[in-house]
Write a protein that binds this ligand. Structure first.
Ligand SMILES: [Zn+2]
Length: 205
């Protein structure tokens, strides 16, 4: 059975009339989470935060990075969440052992070319492949950077706290990187509380 057939078969078993109560499209806890698309976070990050279906907006991309600080897709989703759907607090959540840390952009480019992507197309459309992919050196540094970008984005109201957290994809614990309630989180030089052991980028267990 291929993936599509497998998913459709699972879905036939999943759907039952009146099994799921109707929910508002606005998040019950009025929060938005911006995190990584890492597979280990699926069905794991939300329960680790005590969140259930209907309680939070969740925006994901590779490495929870922002490559267009002013008006890119992440900003658009957050602005829509704030002004259309009742979001009043943002949580940027990176994670240890992130696959987007310290990737070799040249190696990615070689793989793309070997799969038939034209090098000219890459050079024309994404001349700075490393920046476009959002590759970073350390997940904590990336969370600090993203919080700073959001905090200073003129489209995001100053009364919306922007927190930064680091998640462990193995044991599910969260460390605080930036407490969005503090005055320091509004300063240019974000002073982050550095959780133990994050200097290596390795996982916690
Ligand atoms: Zn990741």
């Amino acid at each position: 059975m291929n993936q599509l057939d497998s998913i459709l078969a699972a879905n036939r078993n999943f759907v039952r009339p009146n099994a799921f109560p109707p929910l508002s499209k606005s998040p019950k806890k009025q929060i938005a989470i911006f995190t990584c698309m890492d597979t280990r976070l699926v069905d794991f990050l939300e329960p680790a935060m005590g969140l259930e279906r209907g309680e939070a907006k969740v925006i994901k991309n590779a490495g929870n990075t922002i490559v267009d600080p002013m008006s890119g897709a992440v900003i658009r989703s957050l602005v829509a969440g704030i002004f259309m759907l009742g979001v009043d607090e943002i949580f940027v959540i990176g994670h240890r052992d992130c696959g987007m840390a310290e990737i070799d952009a040249e190696s990615v480019k070689r793989d793309m070319v070997s799969r038939g992507i034209s090098p000219d197309v890459i050079d024309i459309h994404v001349p700075d492949l490393k920046q476009w992919l959002g590759i970073f050196s350390h997940p904590v540094e990336n969370v600090e950077r993203v919080v700073k970008i959001l905090r200073h984005n003129p489209l995001i109201p100053k009364d919306v706290p922007v927190h930064g957290l680091l998640f462990c994809p193995n044991d599910g614990h969260l460390d605080i990187v930036v407490n969005g309630y503090t005055r320091e989180s509004f300063a240019d030089g974000l002073v982050a509380e550095q959780p133990d052991g994050t200097g290596t980028g390795n996982c916690c267990i």
